[in-house]
Design a protein around this ligand. Structure first.
Ligand code: CP
Ligand code: NVA
Length: 317
C-alpha cells in the first residue's frame, strides 16, 4: 500500500538504517547531518512536504507530562499529511509492554514513547514491527537535541568548534547533547555538582565521537570554569520528572549552578542561552536571563517541530 500512496512531490530523503530512534545511538553521524539539513529545508519549504506522510499514523504513548514534545509530534505528522492518536499513562501497567507494541504496530506506522525507563523504549522496539521513537526517557532526549543543534547552527552558522556548556544535572538532556554535539565537532562541557555527573558510559561514547569529529567533551564541578569561553550556555530543571522526592535537597545542592547574569558574564561575548523548557524561573535560571536578548529558547521550541518532521520523514517516507 505504501508504494501506491507515496508522494513523489517532495525530495527523496535518506533513511535511518536502524529503523528506530530508541536513543541517540540509533542514528549515525551522517544520518544526523542529513536530519539537520532536512529540518532546515522543511522549515523553509513546509508546503513541499505537506502530503509526504499521507495516510501515515503515529501512536503517542506518554507516561509523563509534555507540552512541546507531544504537541510538536502531533503537529508534525498532521502537517506532513498524516495523523496521530495518543494514550497517556503508565506503559505496561495494565498489560505487558510486548503486547502493547504488537497492538500498536497493527494500527499505526510508528510509536512515539515518553517513558520513565529506557528499558521500556527498548522493549517496545524489540516487539514492534514499526519504528519506535524515544520522546524522552531517564537516559536520553534525542528529539530535543536535534532541535538544539538546529538552533545553534542557525545562530552561529556552524556547529564544529562551538563550545556549549550544560550547567546543572548530568541528565537525559545533557546526555543527548553530549552525544550529538560531540559527533558534530562541538566542545560539550557539563558543569554540575559532584555526584551529578553524566552517565560514565555516555561520557565515554561522547568522548569517542569527539575524537573522530575533532570536538571535545569535558566535565567540571565549577560553573564559572565551565561557561568560560562558551558560546552556548544551556540549562535544564534541577529535578527531572520522576525525581520529585529529591526536589528540596537538589535546590540546595544546585544553588551555585543557577544561570544568572553573573554567570552569563563569564561566557563568551557572543554567547546565547538555551533551555529545553519547561523552566523553573529563579531556580536553574533567572527571569532576567531567560527573557534577555541572549535567550533563544523560543527558537529552540519552534525547531522541535521542524526537526521532528525531518525525523519522521527519514523513518516513514
Ligand atoms: N522540552 C520538552 O521536551 O518539553 P515537554 O516536556 O513539554 O515535552
Ligand atoms: N530533564 C527534564 C527534561 C524535561 C523536558 C526531565 O526529564 O524532566
Amino acid at each position: 500500500m505504501s508504494a501506491a500512496l507515496a508522494s513523489d512531490s517532495f525530495p527523496k530523503t535518506q533513511t535511518i538504517a536502524s529503523g528506530d530512534l530508541t536513543s541517540d545511538l540509533s542514528i549515525t553521524g551522517a544520518e544526523l547531518r542529513h536530519l539537520l539539513d532536512l529540518a532546515t529545508d522543511v522549515k523553509q519549504n513546509p508546503t513541499r512536504y505537506a502530503t509526504a506522510l499521507r495516510y501515515r499514523y503515529l501512536s503517542l504513548l506518554f507516561e509523563k507530562p509534555s507540552l512541546r514534545t507531544r504537541l510538536t509530534f502531533e503537529l508534525a505528522i498532521k502537517q506532513l499529511g498524516g495523523d496521530a492518536v495518543a494514550s497517556i499513562g503508565l506503559i505496561g501497567d495494565r498489560e505487558p509492554v510486548k503486547d502493547i507494541a504488537r497492538n500498536l504496530d497493527r494500527w499505526t506506522n510508528a510509536i512515539v514513547a515518553r517513558t520513565f525507563t529506557q528499558q521500556t523504549i527498548e522493549e517496545l522496539a524489540e516487539w514492534s514491527s514499526v519504528p519506535v521513537i524515544n520522546a524522552l526517557s531517564d537516559l536520553y532526549h534525542p528529539c530535543q537535541s536535534f532541535a538544539d543543534l538546529q538552533t545553534i547552527e542557525e545562530h552561529f552558522g556552524a556547529l564544529a568548534g562551538v563550545k556549549l556548556c550544560f550547567v546543572g544535572d548530568g541528565n537525559n538532556v545533557a546526555h543527548s547533547l553530549l552525544l550529538n554535539g560531540a559527533r558534530l565537532g562541538m566542545h560539550v562541557c557539563v558543569a554540575c555538582p559532584e555526584g551529578y555527573e553524566p552517565n560514565a558510559q555516555v561520557l565515554a561514547q561522547a568522548a569517542a565521537f569527539a575524537q573522530q569529529s575533532g570536538g571535545a567533551v569535558s566535565v567540571t564541578n565549577e560553573a564559572v570554569d565551565g561557561v568560560r569561553n562558551s558560546q552556548v550556555v544551556y540549562t535544564d530543571v534541577w529535578t527531572s520528572m520522576g525525581q520529585e522526592s529529591e526536589a528540596e535537597d537538589r535546590k540546595k545542592t544546585f544553588a551555585p549552578f543557577q544561570v544568572n547574569a553573573g554567570l552569563m558574564s563569564a561566557a563568551a561575548k557572543d554567547s546565547v542561552f538555551l533551555h529545553c523548557l519547561p523552566a523553573k524561573r529563579e531556580q536553574e535560571v533567572t527571569d532576567a536571563v531567560i527573557e534577555s536578548p541572549q535567550s533563544l529558547v523560543f527558537d529552540q521550541a519552534e525547531n522541535r517541530l521542524h526537526a521532528q518532521k525531518a525525523l519522521l520523514l527519514m523513518l516513514l517516507a
